[in-house]
Every structure is written in structure tokens, then in C-alpha cells.
Design a protein around this ligand. Structure first.
Ligand code: IDC
Length: 350
């Protein structure tokens, strides 16, 4: 059965390649005659054992995240919490559970930097947590985002350079790794501060890793993706970060995002909540659904905030949930339940 499905899948890719190759590509910016192929219908039961086995090396093509066959890929998964505060979930067992039970195709490790006792104070301790998640993600065939979780990264340039140099040297030869150079800048200039910051870090990464995806934070808590229009970073495999919290950010932020998309700016939602931007307050189901539809329509990948058992509405787990996965459904919060259902409904099952 699996073999048959695999052949049908290959057939679809082959046929869509022919259709796409013979169609008019004049609407695309790219002149190298490559085009994005159509995604075969997803029956939610993949013939492959993991998302990385199926999709391999990711890249950006005409503003879209595509796989090794140039077919669009939309990853969906979970973000871990600040590593220094709730690092107990940075375990192999949690990653296994997020793949097998939650059907995540991507996870995000949030390396705390300057807050409390993060990387600046305890680099080895914090790195070990992040490396544990990366190693487990690679074993599971998941994509993994390595996020420099700071609001002031431009103030610690040397530390960021050395961290990303180390990560790219250690993991740059596997297709699983995705770098996120700056979680959320505050109100600082894209042109004068953020773009040069990202370029400096990208130069470090590219010494070791010529091709994996790099995601770059934008002004105002990674919301102003429109400011990248006409001012992109000169690297083929860069996407830009959008963050939203559904009970706070609504149509206005979707409109900003749409203007970026209309200008071929690749977007990746490395973090969002169904709650307010505080991470708490209230949950907005209607807006959560509106955002999920918007992301699907535009093939935008996402990670939900967060794998944590803190008493706040954005946390996925109830207090004292096990650090080794295996969570019974009654240990999930309202947010955790909503997001897990969305993942299981939309992601392929590996
Ligand atoms: C929040 C946590 C909260 C913690 C706070 C500290 O949920 O418990 O007290 O950080 O700053 C973001 C950030 C992310 C925030 C999250 C919710 O990237 O670190 O986590 N959020 O406020 N951007 C928008 C919302």
C-alpha cells in the first residue's frame, strides 16, 4: 500500500513538473527557468518515515519555501520556551513525543541570551539544552529552528557570531537545521541596525553552511515584514520572521504580511500564540482560525508558543506535566489542545 502511494506520489510530482515546465513563468521574478511545482494532495499518511526524508534540503524559490523537488513545503510545529527558565522540556523524549503524538514537522529551540541567566552567563549549560533538542530532532527527521531569543541582539554581536559559528560548524551539513538569528528586535531601524546585524551573522553561518535556511527578525517584535520590501538581504535562502498573538494582532497585521507576500518576501512564523501578546490574558478562537487559514493560503510555516507548564494561557502544558512527553490529554491546556488538534489535522503522519 505504502509502495503504491509512493509511486502515485512520484507520478504526481513528475506530471506536475511537466505541466509547470511548459507553463508561462513570466509572472515570476526568477529567470533561471525553475518554478515551484504543485504539492501532491496530502492524504495525511506519508509514505516516508520523516518530514526530512520526504523533503530534504529546503530553500527559497520565488519567495516560497520549497523542498528538494521544488514543491512548496509548509512546516508546522512547536516552540520550546526560554531555555534558561523552562529548560526541563529540552529533552529527547519530549522531541520524540512532539513528532509521534503531536505530528510536529518542526521544533524550535529558544536559546535565552541576555535575560536572567541565559547564554551570556551560562553558555555551556544553555548550549547543552539546545544541542539536546537539535540532536533529537535530527534523529527524528524533524526540521529544527535554532532561535537566538533576545530583544537586544545587536548589543551582543560577538556572542551571536560565535554561537552561530559554532552551531553551523557542528550541524551545517545536515538539512534539518534552520537558523533564526534574532527572535524579536524592538523599535530599531531595519536598514541601519537590523539588516547589517543579520548580514554579519549570515556571513558567519555561510562560512560553514552554504545553503540551509536562515530566518531574520524584523522591527517591532518581528511584525514589520513589509519593511523588507525593496530592501532584502542578499542571500538566496533567507526568510523573514513574522510573529503574532491572535487575541492582540488581527487583520491589520495580516494586511501588512500580505503586502510583503505580494512583493515576494518569504515569511516564516517562528512563533505565534492563540492568546494575547503578553502570553496570557485571553484566547481568541475566531482569530486563531483566521490566522491558520491565512497561513495555509499563503504556504507559511509556523511554530506555536510554547512547550511550557507555566500558568499562562499560551503555555501548552498544565503545571508539572512530565519532562519526557507522554502527556495525557488532560495535561494539555486549552491552547495546547487547540494547537495539537490543528497539527494532527494538517500535518502528514510519518
Ligand atoms: C514570554 C513568556 C512569559 C515571560 C516573558 C518574558 O510567555 O511567560 O514572562 O516572555 O519576556 C514574544 C516573545 C516571547 C514571549 C511571548 C509572550 O518572543 O519571549 O514569551 N511573546 O509574551 N513575542 C510576543 C509575545
Amino acid at each position: 500500500m505504502k509502495f503504491l502511494k509512493y509511486n502515485i506520489l512520484l507520478g504526481c510530482i513528475f506530471l506536475t513538473s511537466i505541466v509547470c515546465c511548459s507553463s508561462d513563468t513570466s509572472t515570476t521574478e526568477n529567470t533561471n527557468e525553475e518554478s515551484v511545482t504543485e504539492q501532491p494532495a496530502d492524504d495525511n499518511d506519508s509514505a516516508f518515515s520523516s518530514v526530512v526524508e520526504e523533503n530534504g534540503q529546503l530553500r527559497i524559490l520565488n519567495g516560497v519555501l520549497v523542498n528538494k523537488n521544488n514543491a512548496p513545503v509548509q512546516l508546522r510545529g512547536m516552540s520550546f520556551f526560554w531555555s534558561q527558565w523552562i529548560g526541563k522540556y529540552y529533552t529527547e523524549d519530549t522531541v520524540n513525543w512532539l513528532k509521534n503524538d503531536w505530528q510536529c514537522t518542526v521544533v524550535r529551540a529558544a536559546m535565552a541570551v541576555d535575560e536572567a541567566s541565559g547564554y551570556l552567563t551560562n553558555p555551556e549549560l544553555e548550549k547543552q539544552k539546545v544541542f539536546t533538542v537539535i540532536d533529537a530532532a535530527i534523529k527524528n527527521g524533524l526540521y529544527v529552528i535554532v532561535d537566538w531569543h533576545s530583544h537586544h541582539a545587536e548589543d551582543y554581536l560577538e556572542e551571536a557570531k560565535s554561537f552561530f559559528a559554532e552551531v553551523s560548524e557542528k550541524y551545517g551539513d545536515v538539512p534539518n537545521i534552520i537558523y533564526e538569528t534574532y527572535n524579536e528586535p524592538l523599535d530599531v531601524s531595519w536598514t541601519a541596525v537590523l539588516k547589517p546585524y543579520h548580514e554579519t551573522i549570515i556571513a558567519e553561518i555561510r562560512k560553514n553552511d552554504p545553503d540551509n535556511l536562515i530566518i531574520c527578525g524584523t522591527r517591532t517584535w518581528s511584525q514589520r515584514v513589509d519593511e523588507v520590501i525593496g530592501n532584502k538581504i542578499d542571500d538566496e535562502n533567507v526568510a523573514y520572521t513574522l510573529h503574532y498573538y491572535a487575541a492582540t494582532h488581527k487583520q491589520e497585521l495580516r494586511a501588512i504580511t500580505k503586502s510583503a507576500l505580494d512583493n515576494n518576501i518569504p515569511i516564516f512564523v517562528t512563533e505565534y500564540g492563540v492568546s494575547e501578546a503578553s502570553g496570557d490574558g485571553s484566547i481568541n478562537n475566531v482569530e486563531a482560525e483566521a490566522w491558520w487559514s491565512f497561513l495555509d493560503e499563503n504556504n507559511i510555516s509556523w511554530c506555536n508558543w510554547s512547550i511550557a507548564d507555566k500558568e499562562e494561557l499560551s503555555a501548552a502544558l498544565k503545571p508539572n506535566a512530565s519532562a519526557n512527553g507522554g502527556w495525557p490529554l488532560d495535561m494539555l491546556t486549552t491552547s495546547g489542545t487547540m494547537v495539537r488538534e490543528e497539527l494532527k489535522k494538517k500535518n502528514p503522519k510519518y
